[in-house]
Design a protein around this ligand. Structure first.
Ligand SMILES: NC(=O)c1ccc[n+]([C@@H]2O[C@H](COP(=O)([O-])OP(=O)(O)OC[C@H]3O[C@@H](n4cnc5c(N)ncnc54)[C@H](OP(=O)(O)O)[C@@H]3O)[C@@H](O)[C@H]2O)c1
Length: 295
């Protein structure tokens, strides 16, 4: 049995601990929070474990999960480090930070890593039942990654490894895909309202188009899925769009995304058409390089 200590047994910590116990391959040992009540409640949820509230009472284990809020990880790693045996694996579950937060434990001979499940643990009871085939991003030293791959598989996750230092870009990808999609929806709704589309028709009007476009982009790839005035080199339509945007912030968003869209269109745009579109977007040739997202 692999012994695992849980430091911070909130939504994610107690759910992963319960899944580890259920796998039959892990013994949940210490369950630490700052309050005795929350530690005891977490042990009850997990169905195993000893409630602990003091760092000095944390016993030796093979794995240590630091499932405290992101802002507390570095401080908790510092406090935990003195009691961690060499060769143990210390990891956290933050999406944006890497194992560098755990360096104090590495200095004591521990292996360090992180395991981020792309999943919402908002309701632990629901999460426990639905955690299946969840993609889990791993990062850290080789020994930590091996141990975390084994854990992820045991609890029903699908592990994959990130590049060294790749955590912020990985998390930005999730934010762009999720949060910015919502922001784009809000902008499109605003413009539809400005154009006089009846309120009750805005969702059906945009919803059908957005769903179809997303399906195409995922199935065909972004470049093949791209349609519309920029991909066609229709500079006069782009100019009319910009005239309709009376808010400076929205114009800036439209212009920045327009430049990326022109770059994505790649060879589908002739060089003269590309120049006309960029000019309509108010983007001079010297307005800085645009990352080619084509291909
Ligand atoms: N929730 C999600 O859906 C989700 C998804 C992916 C990744 N994550 C990551 O998982 C980690 C935990 O998030 P969460 O949502 O589970 O947080 P949470 O529900 O707020 O739980 C945090 C836990 O840490 C304890 N805690 C807080 N400060 C502590 C400290 N200084 N020392 C010891 N224990 C402390 C809290 O209990 P007391 O207040 O009683 O001490 C609580 O048990 C974060 O890194 C987060 O980014 C979360």
């Amino acid at each position: 049995m692999i012994r695992i200590n849980i430091i911070g047994a909130g939504r994610l910590g107690k759910t992963l601990a319960a899944l580890a116990r259920r796998s039959g391959r892990y013994r949940v040992q210490d369950v630490m929070t700052r309050g005795a009540d929350s530690a005891a409640a977490a042990c009850a949820f997990i169905g195993m474990g000893r409630a602990v509230t003091e760092w000095a009472d944390v016993s030796a284990a093979d794995l240590y999960l630091l499932a405290v809020p992101d802002a507390a990880i570095a401080d908790c790693a510092q406090r935990l480090a003195a009691g961690v045996p060499a060769g143990a694996v210390v990891f956290h579950a933050s999406g944006v930070s890497g194992s560098e937060l755990l360096r104090p434990a590495a200095a004591r001979g521990a292996h360090i890593g992180s395991l981020h499940p792309a999943f919402s643990f908002a309701d632990p009871a629901v999460a426990l039942e639905n955690f299946s085939d969840v993609l889990c991003a791993l990062e850290g030293d080789a020994e930590a990654c091996a141990a975390l791959r084994e854990l992820a598989q045991a609890i029903g996750g699908r592990p994959f490894e990130l590049a060294d230092g790749g955590k912020p870009a990985y998390h930005a990808a999730l934010s762009v895909a999720s949060n910015y999609l919502v922001t784009l929806t809000a902008i499109a709704r605003h413009l539809a309202g400005q154009g006089g589309v009846p309120e009750e028709l805005i969702t059906p009007l945009l919803g059908g188009l957005m769903r179809q476009t997303l399906e195409n982009a995922l199935a065909l790839g972004p470049q093949a899925a791209l349609t519309g005035p920029i991909a066609r080199g229709d500079a006069s339509t782009v100019a009319l769009h910009l005239q309709a945007l009376d808010d400076e912030g929205l114009r800036a968003v439209y212009q920045a995304l327009g430049r990326q869209t022109a770059a994505l269109a790649g060879e589908r745009l002739s060089e003269p058409a590309r120049r006309q579109v960029l000019s309509a977007l108010g983007a001079a040739e010297d307005s800085g390089p645009v990352q080619s997202l084509a291909g």
